[in-house]
Design a protein around this ligand. Sequence first.
Ligand code: SF4
Length: 489
Amino acid sequence: MCGVFGAVLPRGSGTEAAAVAALGLFALQHRGQESAGLAVSDGEQLMLYKDLGMISTVLDERRIPSLRGDLAIAHCRYSTTGSTIWENAQPTLRLGPRRALAVGHNGNLINTRELLTQLEGGRSRLPASTDTELLTALLADEPAADTVEALLNVLPRVRGAYSLVVLDTKRVIGVRDPHGFRPLVLGRIPDAGPTGLAEPGEGLWPNDPGRDGWVLASETAALDIVGAELIRDVEPGELVILEPGHEPRSVRFSPPNPALCVFELIYFARPDSYMEGRNLYEARRQMGIQLAGEHPTIADMVMPVPDTGAPAAAGYAEASGIPYREGLVRNRYTGRTFIQPSQTMRQRGVTIKLNPLREVVRGRRLVVVDDSIVRGTTTKQIVALLRKAGATEVHVRISAPPIFHPCFYGIDTQIETELIAARNTIPEIRDFIGADSLGYLSIKGVLAGLGLPYEQFCFACFDGHYPDPVPYDAASHKFMLEEPVVARG
Ligand code: SF4
């Protein structure tokens, strides 16, 4: 996961790019809650502020005004390589003799060990233990005329998932790996006038495209919040170069071989975002309709596991004719269970964030719709909560296939033994979570809901077909850059 955002405003707009980037990042908080940061350029030098914690506490109103400049990148982190320590927060920053640059990265590299051998001085030169820090160091060291040329030299050696926002003193560059595992979109703020968030026709420079602001974001929902219109996806294998006062430039560093993470559409991304031309709320509702067809049951009500199960639950209710009701209330200020970094925190998280509506569930047969079962512990606790609140039957329906295989492309499920479906049959999972019945949507059902072909997506955690073959040692690599420099934990 991770959320990235980049902003370039026209010179003299009177708005700091940091304010726009921070605002855009707020729309991406669901993608990573371990740390947040912002790097800016005023055309001459880079400045960075980052810390552990949620975006609202790291990038508060006291920090933003001191981060001055027309160019900015921002990042919120969900760790897949390296511990949750301050050093590993992003953006990364390198002020080297060849160039100064900052990088925000969504994704996970799969040839980190190999890349480390290419860094002069090796691990001793890395102040942090992330694949992003290593990539930033390689880019800073690269003998090249500018950052774009450095990217063109280095990226062909890099494998795995990377949607990047790269900042140097003069430009912001958006990068998407040749498979486009993680999303990245380009948007335009028309007439980015004094507020930088201008209403149409209210800017200083009407009809002058050189006065537009340009932004890059992990999801389209982050464009909406800053008043930007969606121009297009950054293509797999493409660099998009943004400079103040200029139209974006595109440079291709690899032919596209698309394999967008299908889990982005099923679960991770916001329902108000668009991917592959699909609104994700509608796509998930359609998956719920498919789920009802594949796994019908007799019940009194359909309810979602809030919030991400709601669109599929609505679809299930619609297709089955069983009434839709809310049966659980979520405390919205505790974060998402799955993306907390340790098992202990995950277990604590679920018990404090969901509370059943006893009057609604008592004496009823429930269909409970969720979008995934990873380790099974969360679902088990939810079923127990609902039974304790008086539910007479709990039928669990999942709007995704079982997760059999680990992900090496940016989701922290790298250890197969942590995946309940990898070592249990579906009846065994049903018994473990304590449900009366359990049904998963098939890959065919996901595709029918999306209305898109298999070839566009990565389905590796469901079917084991990894679009970018994973080196044998990749499975051990979340903490590989910190042995023995930083203790695991
Ligand atoms: S393995 Fe699964 S979670 Fe990872 S990128 Fe592929 S579909 Fe997404």
